[in-house]
Design a protein around this ligand. Structure first.
Ligand SMILES: [Zn+2]
Length: 154
């Protein structure tokens, strides 16, 4: 899948295989939300993002309409990609919206803003993938936080 956020001149790509893996991981926790961390690297002067990996949390709180992940217990895994391939790093988050659309909620927007305001945060433009998983179809929506606003990749 290849997408663009035309207004801000950014683009991204991700393999269907990875999207399918995340969707399957999400189904395990149905009807609650589930999610994880996204990893990848930028090319073309930091304008094009290639999402390559997902890491799942061990500790998290989730319900039908909420998902909060923790990095507890997986700190090592989160640095693994960067050690193995220095250009690869944490680029954002994903979570499911079971039986719902893939639209970012106010809580989702606030969570993205809190990522960039965390001390030690090294990403300015975190990506958010929401997997809207209803029985008939699965929808993927990618967003990016840019100057405190959330833009959708189309
Ligand atoms: Zn959400």
């Amino acid at each position: 899948m290849k997408l663009k956020a035309e207004k801000i001149g950014l683009s991204l790509e991700i393999e269907d295989q990875l999207l399918n893996n995340m969707t399957e991981n999400g189904k395990i926790y149905y009807p609650n939300e589930f999610g994880g961390f996204l990893f990848g690297y930028y090319t073309n002067n930091n304008k094009h993002l290639i999402i390559t990996d997902s890491v799942l949390p061990i500790k998290f709180k989730s319900s039908r309409y909420n998902f909060e992940r923790s990095t507890e217990g997986i700190e090592d895994q989160l640095y693994k990609f960067h050690r193995e391939s220095p250009s690869k790093f944490y680029i954002g988050e994903w979570h499911t919206h079971p039986d719902s659309n893939a639209i970012a909620s106010i809580a989702d927007i606030l969570a993205m803003r809190s990522i960039i305001s965390t001390p030690n945060s090294c990403i300015k433009n975190p990506v958010l993938l929401i997997i809207g998983d209803s029985k008939s179809k699965v929808k993927f929506s990618f967003y990016v936080l840019y100057n405190y606003n959330l833009y959708k990749y189309e």
